[in-house]
Design a protein around this ligand. Structure first.
Ligand code: DGY
Length: 324
């Protein structure tokens, strides 16, 4: 028997991370990258000391009820942990960690990418060109919307939102508004040229673009529902790099069809990897396959951060990124 703790790694990870995992732990790697599913996860919980999981692993109360439970840590590869029933984990004595900080820049970059893609119609333009429909430059061809100098409303003002504010304000001269029930000290907002709005509705009504940066919780589920989408301005665009659950996808389709908003840039969806069919048919929508943290640098850094939590835990030290 190996003296090293056994860690089930639920998905393929960058090579550098897998080799460190294999060096320091009895790591059970997922070479073919097939999601484990509920039964595979239960198996992992009963046969390993820790599970290094990702957003694609639904660690529900039912799964966490695995018996006899051997695992003591869920080291999540990712900052968001709405796929883990944290209360159920706690009740079973399982610690939970995540990987904040290291994906802030990559995710803020994707929010800006979506904002620019949707306002400058780049997805639509590329489809047009590849389909051989481009007949040449003309002054009225595919006109988009300028972002520079406009107003960006941020829902939530945590790390990623602030990195978006920095890019949008510093790089594009945008006015930044935000709504966050736990606002940062005034000097943080001031440094980013950002103004707080106590009411989400007021912020939606003032913004040319709205970008979502709140966690997925029971309180934020369908935060952007028909009413709130209706409070956005008809020329405004919605960007979501947070979690699909924060937007009522059916209400979004209705709002787009009724031209209550001008368009949406989405990196996350309610039922990933399924995407509402109607969205795929709309030119005023940009759809990305959950690419927020998808750079080599970031994915390696996320893996190393999960490793750090694993090492600390099995050395009997406090987790660096304790969720529970
Ligand atoms: C995150 O880190 O939350 C990413 O969305 C992947 O889970």
């Amino acid at each position: 028997m190996s003296a090293k703790p056994t860690v089930v790694v639920t998905r393929r990870l960058p090579d550098a991370v897998e080799s460190e995992l294999s060096r320091d732990f009895d790591a059970k790697l997922n070479r073919d990258d097939t999601p484990l599913g509920a039964e595979g996860l239960k198996d992992a919980l009963t046969n390993a000391d820790a599970v290094l999981c990702t957003v694609t692993d639904k660690l529900t109360a039912e799964v966490l009820d695995a018996d006899p439970l051997r695992a003591r840590l869920l080291a999540n590869f990712g900052v968001g942990f709405n796929h883990i029933d944290v209360e159920a984990a706690k009740q079973r004595g399982l610690a939970v960690s995540n990987t904040p900080d290291v994906l802030t820049d990559a995710t803020a970059d994707i929010a800006m990418t979506l904002l620019l893609m949707i306002t400058r119609r780049t997805g639509e333009g590329e489809r047009h060109l590849r389909a051989g429909q481009w007949t040449g430059w003309r002054p009225t061809h595919m006109l988009g919307t300028q972002v520079s100098g406009k107003t960006l409303g941020l829902v939530g003002f945590g790390r990623i939102a602030r990195a978006v504010a920095q890019r949008a304000h510093g790089g594009f001269g945008m006015k930044i508004l935000y709504h966050d029930p736990f606002p940062p000290p005034p000097d943080v907002s001031k440094a980013l040229g950002a103004e707080s709005r106590d009411s989400l509705e007021a912020m939606l009504g003032e913004s040319d673009f709205v970008s979502l940066h709140c966690p997925a919780t029971t309180e934020t589920r369908h935060l952007m529902n028909a009413d709130r989408l209706g409070q956005m301005r008809p020329h405004a665009y919605l960007v979501n790099t947070a979690r699909g659950d924060v937007v009522d996808e059916a209400a979004l389709v209705d709002a787009l069809k009724a031209k209550k908003i001008a368009g949406a840039g989405l990196d996350v969806f309610e039922k990933e990897p399924q995407v509402t069919e109607a969205l795929k048919t709309m030119e005023q929508v940009v759809l990305l396959p959950h690419l927020g943290s998808a750079t080599t640098e970031t994915r390696v850094a996320m893996g190393m951060r999960a490793l750090e939590n694993l090492r600390l835990f099995f050395a009997g030290k406090p987790l660096r990124d304790k969720v529970a």
